[in-house]
Design a protein around this ligand. Structure first.
Ligand SMILES: [Zn+2]
Length: 398
């Protein structure tokens, strides 16, 4: 159970039931990220089906009567939907709970958490592609990894072989395959551009779907990561996840909805120039890009160089991050910035300088409280986010 507290994300809360937004969009998936209210009759059944699964996902086993109360759906509708979900092997009955009053004990139902597995792939590493078999709760039960091939034309075959090995190791029906890829990825899982792989317009989702004969969803790695933080990390509805690795990117949720942008490049902050006072040269040819200040390999090298003031170097980088984030925090009224990357670089003087810079550069009354923290998902964040893509895309659960 990822969440047991009564939070606004618990589908069926009165607040959610009153909400009017029904048509959210998910990264890499063509359906709502977190359905929370009844909709038009022609869509109602699929929507309410997701509402039932969402409620079970976050609140765990409960009786049909509880489900009716939590979702606002009638007992008859719940009974009908649960029967359908049991027939589809997505929900199971789990014995009874002691009756608190007269009458027979209630039978509990829950998602069939052990009956399915999800495959997650993280292609964002500089030297290794990571893969995992995950439960519906995002727990990793098996891992595989392969070296990133030197030749670009071997990458697709390497990724396909990794996915096949994971499927063979799943030992349960696979609900789907989620992939977090570097680069700009459209909503059909086509990698529009990934310079590190030499890719332009590679239909990775299509290639893997055909090769594996399973549902596959591909999204940018930072966009996958922010979903992991949302579903498993307790992130708020207005959050930016900044990933620092070989490059710098981010994933954004506004009002609990993923932001994709007009060309699927929302969150691509790496080559935004920070300041007018120069800075390190960037691989893209500009001076002082955020990525030039922050990318892990060069930041590590600069901070550990002989004679370097390590803390000052990290503070400089954190200040530049704060300068870049301040207008975004202001424009979107974000409540939370989550950092994902090497803790020895990010967690300390760098994050502190980012917080201080945000404080001095945003409207105190509203943005003083913006919370900057490290992710607790560690290096599994993209794998777990890839699992949320599948949960969201296949079950409407997140
Ligand atoms: Zn650049």
């Amino acid at each position: 159970m990822p969440h047991t507290e009564a939070s606004p994300r618990a589908a069926g809360s009165s607040r959610a039931a009153e909400a009017s937004n029904a048509g959210g969009r998910a990264f890499g998936a063509g359906r709502s990220l977190r359905p929370a209210t009844k909709v038009l009759p022609e869509h109602a059944r699929a929507h309410n089906r997701s509402l039932v699964m969402q409620t079970l996902f976050h609140q765990g086993a409960m009786s049909r009567a509880d489900l009716s109360r939590e979702t606002g759906l009638t007992r008859v509708t719940i009974s009908d939907l649960v029967s359908e979900l049991i027939a589809d092997r997505l929900v199971v009955e789990q014995g009874t709970r002691e009756a608190s009053g007269p009458g027979k004990p209630a039978i509990l139902v829950d998602l069939d958490r052990d009956g399915h597995r999800i495959i997650g792939l993280d292609l964002s590493g500089s030297d290794r592609f990571l893969g995992a078999v995950l439960t519906l709760d995002g727990d990793i039960v098996a891992r595989h990894e392969v070296a990133v091939p030197g030749a670009h034309d071997l990458i697709v075959d390497t990724v396909t072989a990794l996915a096949r090995a994971l499927v063979a190791d799943a030992h349960a029906p696979v609900l789907g395959v989620g992939v977090g890829s570097p680069g700009v990825v459209d909503d059909h899982g086509i990698v529009l551009t990934a310079p590190n792989f030499g890719w332009t317009g590679v239909d990775l989702q299509g290639i893997l779907t055909e090769a594996l004969a399973l549902p596959v969803l591909v999204a940018n790695d930072a966009n996958a990561a922010v979903l992991a933080e949302y579903t498993f990390g307790g992130a708020h509805d207005d959050v930016m996840l900044v990933r620092v690795g070989r490059g710098v990117g981010s994933g954004l949720l506004a009002g609990g909805q993923p932001m994709r942008g007009s060309r699927f490049a929302a969150g691509e902050i790496g080559h935004v120039t920070v300041g007018t006072d120069g800075g390190p040269a960037c691989a893209c040819g500009k001076i002082g890009c955020l990525e030039a200040w922050l990318a892990a390999p060069s930041l590590h090298a600069r901070s550990e160089a002989p004679g370097a003031d390590r803390d000052a170097t990290l503070r400089d980088a954190g200040e530049r991050l704060g300068i870049a984030l301040a207008p975004i925090v202001g424009a979107l009224d974000l409540s939370e910035i989550v950092l994902s990357g090497p803790p020895h670089l990010l967690d300390g003087p760098l994050a502190e300088a980012t917080v201080e810079t945000l404080r001095t550069r945003t409207l105190a009354e509203f943005h003083d409280g913006v919370h900057v923290r490290m992710t607790a998902q560690g290096e599994d964040i993209v794998l777990r986010g890839a699992a949320v893509m599948v949960l969201s895309g296949r079950l409407g659960v997140s």
